[in-house]
Design a protein around this ligand. Structure first.
Ligand code: BES
Ligand code: MN
Ligand code: MN
Length: 471
């Protein structure tokens, strides 16, 4: 504390956060220790326990009307603190569910045994665990920031928390929950920390998310597995066929070949592309980090553009035939793949899925049968940079990072964001604090302690500036 000088409000908060760093880390460790894998029914109880953990922490932090709302799937945790009708209301959204930890053998420590280790990009340490960054760590920053504001009598807005348990499986029940609770969820803005920033010394605000169309394909050849010598050469091998079909979905320029796929893609202006490419991007470091000799992607676009303004098609998994120890000579009956397409404004997931199904059925040779099963989808999002929420967020980063954040569109998807606008009429501001290199969805996911604490410190500034600017 400075001599004889009273700390101002934000300094008081900062010293509270600093004094509680160890405690906040312990709580996050407890949270990431619970394996809330939403995709796997075996973890249903753990998912429920995680919801209970979040409920308790919201109560402790000073939330009222905290409840666990059951859905047809995993529950949603809701809590609020309404202090004054004349103040703006912030709806904080996050998710407490996580991706499956597979492949387990590639983790250096257990995915649910959190441990702090230093890395090149996180010299002050990072917490390693599934969900550390996506999204438990980032969601929990909001609980702690809120707690600080409540404790110090300086909450400048009303707050509603909606923390769901099905984001990683497509938020299938959240739409219904929102539709049924429009009044309860009414807010002026939605605030989410579930994205990334450029670097710890290059803060950025996410201004776009890609949409998603996700399908699973099944290719069937003969009605049973066959001896690959006796039948091989005379009967279609569904894995060979599927490989060829998938390979044909992109041409030599890595352009997607599905007819009409690009019809609705918004063409980004030359100026906008120029501005986009002024953001710092170190191709060398990118390649080194991934241990690749070269990048690849759609001809005519930079890596930054390929992961933001352009749609993609990727196989996420492919299987069939014999994959056990040693060799088995077999001509398999079936082959499968899971395929995702990332979409950009104004592509519509349902239209794209229909185009995919039609094309995939058309290119299948007569020697096989194909079945396409659509999974979840989601609309793309772009957020303006001249809105009050963007300006308040930018000022908040400026206050704690000492730098004006760079607006940047992200390649990832949070399908529910488009629904917030469609169903609740609220715009979203995406204040992410993770790094792209934090290995979300991968083995050894981690979240920098710098990022965790910086997020907690920055959030109250958003509340403050947003309240001031809304006046
Ligand atoms: N938090 C991510 C999305 C994300 C990550 C956005 C990094 C921007 C930067 C979210 O949890 C996620 O993984 N979303 C899924 C989609 C969902 C339908 C499974 C995705 O993007 O694959
Ligand atoms: Mn997430
Ligand atoms: Mn995720």
């Amino acid at each position: 504390m400075r001599n004889n000088q009273k700390l101002n409000k934000m300094e008081q908060l900062k010293s509270y956060f600093d004094a509680n760093k160890a405690q906040f880390l312990e709580e996050l460790k407890a949270l990431v220790s619970i394996p809330s894998v939403s995709a796997d029914p075996a973890f249903k109880e753990d998912v429920a326990r995680t919801a209970e953990f979040v409920r308790e922490k919201l109560v402790e932090a000073g939330c009222e009307k905290v409840e666990i709302c059951p859905t047809a799937g995993h529950p949603i945790v809701y809590g609020e603190k309404m202090i004054d009708d004349s103040l703006p209301t912030i709806l904080v959204y996050g998710h407490y569910d996580v991706q499956p930890p597979d492949p387990l053998e590639l983790w250096e420590s257990g995915p649910f045994d959190p441990i702090v280790k230093k890395t090149a990009l996180h010299p002050e340490g990072a917490l390693f665990a599934r969900g550390a960054c996506d999204d438990k760590g980032q969601m929990y920053m909001h609980v702690k920031a809120f707690q600080g504001m409540v404790k110090h009598g300086q909450l400048p807005c009303n707050v509603k928390f909606m923390i769901e348990g099905e984001e990683e499986v497509g938020s299938e029940n959240l739409g219904t929950f929102i539709k049924e609770n429009q009044e309860k969820l009414s807010a002026d803005v939605c605030l989410i920390s579930d994205t990334s920033m450029i670097a710890n010394d290059v803060p950025s605000i996410t201004t776009g998310l890609r949409g998603l169309s996700y399908v699973e394909v099944e290719v069937t050849g003969p009605n049973r597995d066959l001896h690959s010598g006796v039948y091989g050469g005379a009967v279609a091998n569904p894995i060979n066929v599927l490989s060829k079909m998938i390979a044909s979905l992109q041409d030599e320029n890595n352009h997607i070949t599905i007819p009409n796929f690009y019809d609705d893609v918004v063409v980004v202006s030359a100026e906008e592309r120029k501005a986009m490419n002024e953001a710092p991007f170190d191709l060398d470091a990118y390649q080194k980090d991934l241990d690749i000799e070269a990048v690849q992607g759609e001809k005519g676009y930079t890596s930054l553009e390929r992961t933001s303004i352009r749609p993609t098609l990727d196989v996420n998994g492919m299987w069939g035939g014999y994959i056990g120890e040693g060799a088995k000579t077999v001509l398999p009956s079936k082959a499968f793949a899971k395929i995702s397409m990332r979409l950009v404004p104004n592509q519509d997931p349902e239209t794209i899925t229909a185009l995919f199904v039609k094309h995939f059925e058309r290119i299948a040779p007569a020697s096989v049968k194909v079945k396409v099963t659509p999974h979840h989808g989601g609309d793309p999002v772009v957020t303006p940079t001249d809105s009050i929420e963007y300006k308040a967020a930018a000022k908040a980063y400026e206050a704690t990072f000492g730098k004006n954040p760079i607006p940047q569109r992200s390649g990832g998807s949070i399908p529910i964001v488009a629904l917030f606008e469609q169903l609740l009429g609220v715009k979203t501001v995406l204040m992410g604090f993770g790094l792209n290199s934090d290995a979300i969805h991968s083995p050894n996911e981690h979240f920098g302690l710098f990022n965790y604490y910086k997020g907690i410190e920055t959030i109250p500034y958003f509340y403050k500036y947003y309240a001031e600017m809304k006046k």
